[in-house]
Each structure stands twice: as C-alpha cells, then as structure tokens.
Design a protein around this ligand. Structure first.
Ligand code: BG6
Length: 493
C-alpha cells in the first residue's frame, strides 16, 4: 500500500525484542501497520535485548517471525516491497538493562532525534524501573517520549504501586500507556458503539431492564510452556484482575461525556471501585476456583495442570475462576455479573450475554406459557458478532399466534465481507504512536482492580482449600454450575 505520512514519525524501541510477546505480537503488529500505510516513512524500530547478536541475525529473526505469524508459514505471502521497507527500519542494540551507563548507545540508533519516542517495555516488570533509570541517565526522555507497560503490573496492590512509582519517577502519567490488550479488540471497542450509539440499548441498560449478565472468556490452550510465570499468577491475576474487569467496566460504566481518555477512564474507574468486596465471609458463595486435571480436547488426551512439563505437583494455583460480581451503585444494584474464565476449556470462546428481564405479562400464554426473556449476545471471539434473541411469529395461517424464539444475528465476517480482524496490538500500537490514551488503563484503575482482586485471593488463602478439579476439555468444576444455579439461573453454553 502507498505510504500516507499522516501518522506521527516515531522512534519505536522494544525492550525485550527477542521475547515471545515481541515475536508473536509486536513485530507482526508493526509490520501490519506498515502494510496499511500507517507507519510514517521516517519511523524507526529499534530492538533491544541482552543477547549479543549481529544485525543480520536480528533481521533473520524478524523475518522468521513475520513468516510464521503474518505469512502463516509462507514467506512468499508477505508483501515484498513492504517487507523490504520494514526491514530497513530495523536496528538491533545489545543492552544490559541494568547498566544505566549503556543506554547512550540507543541514541545513535535513532533515525531522527525530533521524532516522538515510544519505549515499549516487553520485559519482566521487575526491571521497568531500571530501564526508566537508564533512559533518564542517557537523557533520552523528553516531552515527546511515551512508555508502554505490559501487564501484569505487579502481583498485588503493594507490588503494583512499587512498579508504578518507579516508572513515574521518569515519566508523567500522560506519558504512560498501560496495556490491556483486550481494550484493543474490535469487539470490546464495539461495546462503546453498541451501548452509546443505539438508544435501544442506552435506554434499557440498567437494573430495571436487565436481569443479569454473563461474561465468559474460555480458552482451550493450557499454560503453553509458561509454567513458571503462570504458577505465580493463576487465572485471577492473569485474566480477571485485568481483562475481565476491563470488559465489565466498559459494559457497566455510565455514559462518558466524550471519547477522551479522561472521560472513559474516569467512568471505568467508578465501576471498579463500586464492586462489592468479596471477603472471607462470602468467598464460598461468590467464587469458585478450579484447576484442570487430565482430560481430552477434540478427542486428544491432554495432561492436567500438575502433569504439565516442569510442574510443581503440589501447586494449588487456579486455572479457572467463576465469580458472582456485584456492582454497588444505583444503576446495577441487584444485577449480578457472573464472570467465568479458564484454561483448557472445550474451545476458545469469549462472549458476553446480557439477559433482559422477562415480560411482566404474557398475552400469548395459550401458545407459549413461559415467554423467554430477550438476550443480547456479544461474541467477542472467535466468530465476532452481536446477536439479539427475540420472539417472532412463525409465518402461517393455521395457527394465528404460533410464536418461537429466534434471533437477529449481525455476524462481522458476513456483514463486512470477511474483512481481516485487526489484532489488538496493531490498534494499540497505533494509538500509542498517535498519543491517545483512551484504550489504556490508568494507574487508578490498576490499583482499584488489585484492591478487589487481592481481597478474593486473600480469602481463598484463608479458606485453605485446594482448587476444585475439572477435566481438561470441560466447562469447569461442577461447583461453577451451582454458583449460578443457586440463583435459579444457568450458564449459556
Ligand atoms: C494474556 C494472558 O494476557 O491473554 C494469557 O496472559 C491468555 O494467559 C491471553 O492466554 C488471552 O488473550 P487472547 O487475546 O488470546 O484472548
């Protein structure tokens, strides 16, 4: 595609460029932006890591990963001209992140010193402070510099404060972009449009009209060789504290005054702060934690969590969590939000189901005694789309009021001619380059989310119970069914 230099020119520095996130997501995302003409011709990409590799080896590394993750294994499917242009933007810098005197070398790799600077910290959070110190020492942080921080930011409220404090020594809050990649997903962003561009939903989005909401983020993968990291985190820290709470807050927030970062983040924060605390007193009624055991996925035997390679066989880290969350405010009092997420579930399948209240009076009872309530399903991934379950008359003359439940289905792939679903990292990277923080998480949100999550984690420890086993390939422990069945409801499968 032709270049369009309406985007800002940037020096993009990826710290930890040889790592997994960079290979799978960041480099492919930048390539896609270049392909779409969204990287300024003057932008440079500098990869920094500890390893001593040559420029040629770095180019080969980038090519291998573009082939794998963009070309799906076929390098000839990459655009030749764009690939060449992209490779020409690259520069590799060996860097010991802890050696503050070494950072000066980065400057020589900058293409244009007037460009804005994007520092992407794709390293363990424990060294974010060191990188900030090194950049500051080398005088590389100016008003045009931005820093991108990957989750998890800390392990709990206290550790997240330590990390945020260290980074804030060098960067102002307006320069800090905390990534939650779910905020870059097409369908998550569409929640704003669905809620605030359609009066049908805007005006019916509260306790008077909605009975309850279910949010499911199921993954079929296990922990994919990340045992060490995952075992320290578990599904609560890895998914609920960030991704699920972000979805929940977008779903439940008050209408923001506009689309600015300040307005959106302020409204999301209010929701997270209004979550009813879950403590030792109510932990058993409100949550279920599970851990997958040996099972089958698509007919293939897969090992349980404790039998994964490198596993500590005594671990009681949870790989599944279900929570009945409640929001203590005027709009949502009495409306439960059931959250459910787990590894090694039957399929990769994420969706939100908003259950409206049933009709107060049924005039069709001769034909349909129990009118089902409307249900709005927002399919986050895969098969992105929105579906509204409603009652409809079956055409015909014999029985005047023969009615059935049917659906309006807006499938994104059908409606938009199978348009490629943009990866979240492409969108987020572009937003950083353009200096828009709306799709990033504020420090206050991170801290409010930890406050709520910490209380649950602390209560689990206090009960001293092991997570409930569920077979890999199933929808989680039986007790997660009871969690919702106690309220006379059931999960949508
Ligand atoms: C990451 C978690 O943040 O999100 C992973 O660390 C998880 O454990 C992943 O698998 C899920 O992301 P996606 O985009 O595949 O739904």
């Amino acid at each position: 595609m032709k270049k369009d230099d309406s985007q800002l020119a940037s020096e993009i520095v990826i710290f930890g460029v040889l790592g997994d996130l960079s290979r799978r997501k960041l480099l492919p995302a930048l390539y896609q932006l270049d392909l779409c003409g969204l990287l300024h011709s003057d932008s440079t990409i500098i990869g920094a890591a500890r390893q001593d590799i040559s420029g040629e080896d770095f180019t080969a590394f980038v090519m291998d990963n573009l082939t794998e993750f963009v070309g799906k294994g076929d390098s000839s499917s990459l655009d030749k001209e764009v690939t060449e242009r992209f490779i020409n933007r690259l520069n590799y810098q060996k860097l010991d992140f802890k050696d503050t005197s070494a950072y000066q070398s980065l400057e020589s790799a900058f293409g244009n010193k007037d460009n804005s600077r994007v520092y992407y910290f794709s390293t363990p959070p424990a060294i974010y402070g060191d990188i900030g110190a090194g950049l500051s020492e080398a005088n590389l942080i100016n008003a045009k510099a931005r820093v991108v921080m990957e989750k998890p930011i800390g392990h709990c409220l206290a550790s997240s404060k330590v990390i945020n404090d260290k980074v804030s020594k060098y960067f102002a809050e307006e320069q800090i972009y905390r990534i939650d990649h779910y905020l870059g997903k097409e369908t998550v962003l569409n929640l704003l449009v669905l809620r605030f561009a359609n009066s049908l939903f805007t005006n019916n989005w509260d306790r008077n009209c909605i009975d309850h909401v279910q949010i499911t983020v199921a993954e079929s993968v296990g922990i994919e060789g990340r045992w060490g990291f995952y075992d320290e985190a578990g599904q609560m820290r890895d998914m609920i504290q960030n991704h699920l709470l972000q979805i929940l807050s977008l779903l439940a927030m008050e209408p923001p005054a506009d689309l600015s970062a300040d307005s959106i983040r302020a409204e999301k924060l209010k929701v997270i702060k209004a979550l009813t605390p879950i403590t030792r007193q109510n932990i058993k009624d409100k949550t279920v934690r599970g851990q997958y055991s040996d099972g089958f996925l698509n007919g293939i035997a897969v090992p349980g969590y404790l039998n994964e390679e490198g596993a500590n066989t005594n671990s009681d880290t949870e790989t599944f969590v279900a929570i009945k969350a409640e929001i203590d405010n005027w709009r949502w009092a009495g409306v439960p939000f059931y959250l459910r997420t787990g590894k090694r579930m039957p399929a990769k399948h994420s969706e939100i189901v908003v259950h409206f209240k049933a009709q107060a009076h049924n005039i069709f009872k001769d034909n349909y005694s129990d009118l089902p309530a409307n249900k709005l399903t927002i399919r986050l991934q895969p098969d992105e789309g929105v579906e509204l379950q409603m009652m409809n008359k079956i055409p015909g003359i014999a029985n005047q009021m023969n009615i059935q439940e049917n659906k309006l289905d807006l499938s994104f792939s059908d409606t938009y001619n199978n348009a490629r679903v943009v990866d979240a990292y492409e969108r987020l990277m572009l937003e950083v380059i353009n200096g828009n923080q709306s799709l990033f998480v504020s420090r206050d949100e991170v801290e409010a989310a930890w406050t709520w999550a910490d209380s649950i984690i602390e209560a689990w420890h206090a009960t001293n119970e092991k997570p409930k086993a569920y077979a890999a390939g199933s929808w989680g422990p039986v007790s997660s069914i009871s969690l919702i069945a106690r309220d006379d409801r059931q999960w949508v499968e």
